[in-house]
Design a protein around this ligand. Structure first.
Ligand code: SF4
Length: 222
């Protein structure tokens, strides 16, 4: 089956899924959207109010900001695939619970396999934890890490910048590097020799991130 058909099949299953309690309060499940051959896969946390109404990911204020961030990286929403770790809205936008994350994980795993993205960008700590468990987002954001043969970059969730404006500049600085990360993923730079690749972004308060605290192999891409 081709990737598009697999994604459609997943979307159909998500729409009627009752694997966790989130199905009780959902209006519309949000499987995610974008081209089946997308080079970049963005993974957020879960649908919010507007996403639950429309069945589409990142359509509220955070979605508008995501569009702006994509533009800064020279990308359009139609170029990328966007989804979440849970496909149904946690009531009141609460955090997804471990059992909900577990129940929903299979859909995301199948989406990743079907899309086979060059680069995975996690937005927020829940999607980051899927690939880089126990990491602190304040320390690893904007850095690319090879995880099971895929290049993964953890970033703050755009909604976090709406609540905490000081994160806006940090997110913008991290997004600017996306095209370079895609290039890196294509050439598999660092896959063999370096488990971690650092960027030189700064936290919005001006403090250098983990890039300067540790000295893993650094690639001269920037
Ligand atoms: S969040 Fe995921 S596992 Fe839970 S009901 Fe929705 S699709 Fe199913």
């Amino acid at each position: 089956m081709d990737a598009g058909k697999i994604l459609q099949e997943i979307a159909g299953q998500v729409a009627v899924c009752e694997k966790c309690e989130l199905h009780f309060s959902r209006k519309k499940a949000v499987p995610g959207e974008g081209p089946a051959q997308a080079e970049i896969l963005f993974i957020g946390e879960g649908p919010g109010f507007y996403e639950n109404e429309q069945g589409r990911p990142f359509v509220g204020q955070a979605g508008k900001f995501l569009d702006e961030l994509l533009a800064k990286a020279g990308l359009k929403r139609e170029d990328v695939f966007i989804t979440n770790v849970v496909k149904c809205r946690p009531p009141g936008n609460r955090d997804p619970q471990p059992e909900e994350l577990l129940a929903c994980a299979g859909y995301l795993d199948r989406q990743i396999e079907a899309i086979a993205p060059r680069l995975i960008v996690t937005l927020g700590r829940f999607s980051m934890a899927k690939f880089i468990p126990n990491a602190k987002i304040s320390e690893v954001h904007g850095q690319a890490v090879w995880v099971r043969g895929r290049l993964v970059v953890a970033m703050y969730h755009p909604a976090a910048a709406l609540h905490q404006p000081s994160l806006k500049a940090t997110l913008e600085a991290d997004f600017v590097h996306l095209p370079e990360f895609v290039k890196m993923a294509k050439s598999k730079v660092g896959l063999e020799q370096a488990p971690v690749v650092q960027t030189e972004t700064e936290d919005s308060d001006g403090a250098q991130g983990a890039a300067d605290k540790e000295q893993p192999t650094q690639l001269s891409l920037f």
